[in-house]
Design a protein around this ligand. Structure first.
Ligand code: RTP
Ligand code: MG
Length: 159
């Protein structure tokens, strides 16, 4: 029915070191989050040690880009968000655009990666790709955050 409540979803978004390094880009991306009706549930600036990077991307170990990915993600400060929205996971992925910079530039020039992506690795942002990875990644960045508790207490305030 038209009266049914929309379903709020949480996702983990990261502004990667290439984008955080440029203050104007960081500001533009933060604004982009707000303009697209995401609620900011948590926001944290941090720097990874190499072992954090390796652990986060363990599923990609062995792929040709693993070493440079791990190196890059622990090369400087980044910013992690827990974002809330209806369909947050797919909306954030849509907003980022394709992973490959070539595709992003040509097929989605208005997307974040289409506008700001430098290479397939230095591509400005990360976003969870499923409910399972959102859960894992939220816990990875925010170990004290309890999604169930948040939904009960805070979710009504976001309407
Ligand atoms: P993710 O796994 O992080 O959600 O990203 P994704 O699905 O958009 O992209 P995927 O192909 O799974 O790649 C994982 C991460 O590796 C970086 N990457 N670098 N050729 C390269 O240098 C290369 N290819 C992929 C991406 O930036 C992505 O963060
Ligand atoms: Mg992936």
């Amino acid at each position: 029915s038209v009266l049914s409540k929309c379903l709020l979803q949480l996702t983990l978004a990261v502004i990667k070191p290439d984008a955080v390094a440029h203050p104007l880009m960081l500001e533009a991306l933060h604004q982009r989050i707000l303009d697209n009706n995401f609620g900011i549930v948590r926001c944290q600036d941090l720097v990874w040690r190499r072992q954090d990077s390796e652990r986060f991307y363990a599923e990609h170990s062995g792929r040709f880009f693993y070493q440079r990915l791990v190196e890059f993600m622990s090369s400087g400060p980044m910013r992690a968000y827990i974002l809330a929205r209806e369909d947050a996971i797919s909306h954030w992925r849509e907003l980022m655009g394709p992973t490959k910079v070539f595709r992003a530039r040509f097929n989605s020039p208005a997307s974040i990666r289409g506008q700001f992506g430098l290479t397939d690795t230095r591509n400005t942002t990360h976003g969870s790709d499923s409910l399972e990875s959102a859960q894992r990644e939220i816990t990875f960045f925010f170990p004290d955050f309890c999604a169930d508790e948040w939904m009960k207490k805070e979710e009504p305030l976001f309407r």
